[in-house]
Design a protein around this ligand. Structure first.
Ligand SMILES: [Cu+2]
Length: 120
């Protein structure tokens, strides 16, 4: 690597680090089921975030379209980036709304969001 390339790489790394610190908020990057998907009744639901979570403040709730809550037991994965939940019993066909709560491990900032999916 020549000197100029090294400087460019260093500047780039520094700006990535800076932006990482500036946006230290847990963002949902993937889910299973995916948002707006129609799926067979899932045995587990997983939500993956862009950064490590504080497990005590990171969970989700599941409700049917009529607002009736479906009991779900959630845990945070060992790498602390994924919240997994197992619905109690088989999910009935219909539309579900999932509401997640996630706190970033590094600064404790709490975020939340929703996604919907349909069980066929
Ligand atoms: Cu933050």
């Amino acid at each position: 690597m020549n000197y100029r390339a090294l400087i460019a790489t260093t500047v780039l790394s520094a700006s990535i680090l800076a932006s990482g610190q500036a946006s230290a908020h847990a963002k949902l990057v993937a889910s299973d089921p995916a948002a707006n998907a129609t799926v067979a009744a899932p045995k587990t639901i997983s939500l993956t975030f862009n950064e490590k979570l504080a497990p005590a403040f990171s969970t989700f709730e599941l409700a049917m379209a009529d607002g009736m809550k479906t009991p779900v037991k959630t845990t945070v994965s060992p790498d602390r980036k994924t919240i997994r939940g197992a619905p109690k019993g088989r999910l009935m066909p219909g539309a579900y709304k999932l509401t997640w709560y996630a706190a970033a491990a590094d600064d404790g900032h709490r975020m939340d969001g929703t996604l919907t999916f349909t069980v066929k």
